[in-house]
Design a binder for this molecule. Structure first.
Ligand code: NDP
Ligand code: 2IT
Length: 456
């Protein structure tokens, strides 16, 4: 059921749906944003046509990605890059390699990225790309050939002042390395700032690998502080066991919290004793080096229970475990109405989205009704792209900043995003509603820039 109350915004939403009826994830992301914009539009009626333009990507490319596997068999995948909005800076956003990737998912991600990047305060527009390629079970050589083929088309669409991709699900340091190598060869130029998330030996930034997870925890730290509390002694559930989940777990533990769950697409582990630094190091080796399944963690650690998930991406009971803080860090729509209700029934105090749109609209309504502090991904996971922005700044200056300096800037950016979302929610009449505050604040900067630049 569509909940947008504002007539002009509802009309725009209906047009979006009628134009692309087969893009449910994109509709979901648009609906959540438009549902919040009423007071901003009432204050600025001149932005109504801006909202309509904002819902249509400036450019979307789709291309063929052929590659040979190790046995000599040909595979043909589909590649995409959505350049959604460039009003405040070059398009910026990750690449996702996952079999579920399609236009709807990438448009939702690129749309979210517009507001997220705006909230960071850095000059970055919104974009996203990827492929339905499944990196699971592929050799390094296969992944390399795929990345090279993908870049053979993507390179003509990107550039350090045009569009700067990075990682997302299925795209980490290994893939960025292969993509960067091919871009450099085709362009015949070492343009470090064309991709972020690079290795430290060729233009990467310290703290970029950690940034999304750390930033998430910094944001939730600020949120808890508004209620006079912190992570110390809190029990925390985390979903996923990839980049975001790993570094969220590390930072929660550092701040005195106890992480009791992690998951992957096959199921979740429950470790009541807590996933401490040593156990996390084991998981990092499992996931980043051996590329194994999280179920192995239960086989090698006492007192840990593994529960298989079915169907994907349901965490099948994980959110029923009693915790103080929940950090979904795997994928979209992983907390539905029932799962949100289970968390609320167990007294969850705060939910921080590390993933993009991990909570369904029905799940969100449950948290809002129960007055649970809720950090929307476009605010709370913005530390990753913010630190990508810092990587671009270092690349432009041909400098490398130290670890402490980047981490301090990341923390300051997250404190600012929290304050912006908090203050904006209060100013527009829904105090404590970070979804509302983040959407309005993210929108206003982009709308002002689009308005100033004319109809494009
Ligand atoms: P990774 O590929 O490193 O890890 C993804 C994790 O989520 C894995 O444990 C994976 O399990 C699990 N997962 C992925 N898809 C599904 C699914 N359909 N059902 C259940 N589990 C699933 O990705 P990231 O950690 O980088 O990204 C996680 C989330 O964070 C995504 O929503 C991404 O968009 C978001 N994000 C990432 C940022 C970044 O800087 N990397 C920045 C901001 C947001 P398995 O190993 O079995 O596939
Ligand atoms: O969703 C995201 O913000 C990312 N995957 C990171 C994007 C980036 O450009 O660093």
């Amino acid at each position: 059921m569509v909940k947008i109350m504002h007539a002009a915004l509802k009309e725009i939403y209906d047009k979006v749906v009628a134009r692309d009826p087969d893009q449910p994830e994109f509709h979901q992301a648009v609906e959540e944003v438009l549902d919040c914009l009423g007071p901003a539009i009432d204050a600025h009626p001149e932005y109504i046509p801006i909202v309509e333009a904002l819902c249509e990507p400036e450019r979307a490319v789709q291309f063929r990605v052929p590659w040979y596997d190790d046995s000599g068999e040909l595979h043909v995948n589909r590649g995409f890059r959505i350049q959604f909005n460039g009003a405040i800076g070059p398009y910026k956003g990750g690449l996702r390699f996952h079999p579920t990737v399609n236009l709807s998912i990438l448009k939702f991600l690129a749309f979210e990225q517009i507001f997220k990047n705006s909230l960071t305060g850095l000059p970055m527009g919104g974009g996203k790309g990827g492929s339905d390629f499944n990196p699971k079970g592929k050799s390094d050589a296969e992944v390399m050939r795929f990345c090279q083929s993908f870049m053979m088309e993507l390179w003509r669409h990107i550039g350090h002042d045009t569009d700067v991709p990075a990682g997302d699900i299925g795209v980490g340091g290994r893939e960025i390395g292969y993509l960067f190598g091919m871009y450099k060869k085709l362009q015949n130029e070492f343009t470090a700032g064309v991709l972020t998330g690079k290795g430290m030996s060729y233009g990467g930034s310290l703290i970029r690998p950690e940034a999304t997870g750390y930033g998430l925890v910094y944001f939730v730290r600020e949120m808890l502080a508004t209620k006079g509390t912190d992570f110390n002694g809190k029990t925390v559930s985390i979903s996923g066991s990839g980049n975001v989940a790993q570094f969220a777990c590390q930072k929660v533990t550092e701040l005195g919290g106890k992480v009791v769950t992690m998951s992957d697409s096959r199921g979740f582990v429950h470790d009541p004793a807590g996933i401490d630094a040593d156990k996390l190091a084991w998981i990092m080796e499992l996931k980043n080096v051996r590329r194994g399944r999280i179920s192995e963690y239960a086989e090698h650690h006492d007192g840990v229970i593994f529960t298989e998930s079915q169907p994907e991406p349901s965490t099948n009971g994980m959110w029923s475990i009693k915790v103080d803080v929940a950090l979904p860090c795997a994928t979209q729509n992983e907390i539905n109405q029932e799962e949100a209700a289970a968390l609320v029934a167990n007294g969850v105090m705060a939910v921080g989205e590390g993933a993009n749109m991990p909570t369904t609209p029905e799940g969100l309504a449950v948290f809002q009704e129960a007055n649970v502090m809720f950090a929307p991904g476009k605010a709370s996971n913005a530390g990753g792209v913010a630190t990508s922005g810092l990587e671009m700044a270092q690349n432009s200056a041909r400098l490398n900043w130290g670890r402490k300096k980047v981490d301090k800037k990341l923390s300051e950016i997250m404190v600012n995003i929290h304050k912006t979302a908090y203050d904006t929610a209060e100013k527009y009449g829904r105090p404590g509603d970070y979804v509302f505050g983040a959407n309005i604040a993210g929108f206003l900067k982009v709308a002002e820039a689009m308005n100033a630049q004319g109809v494009l």
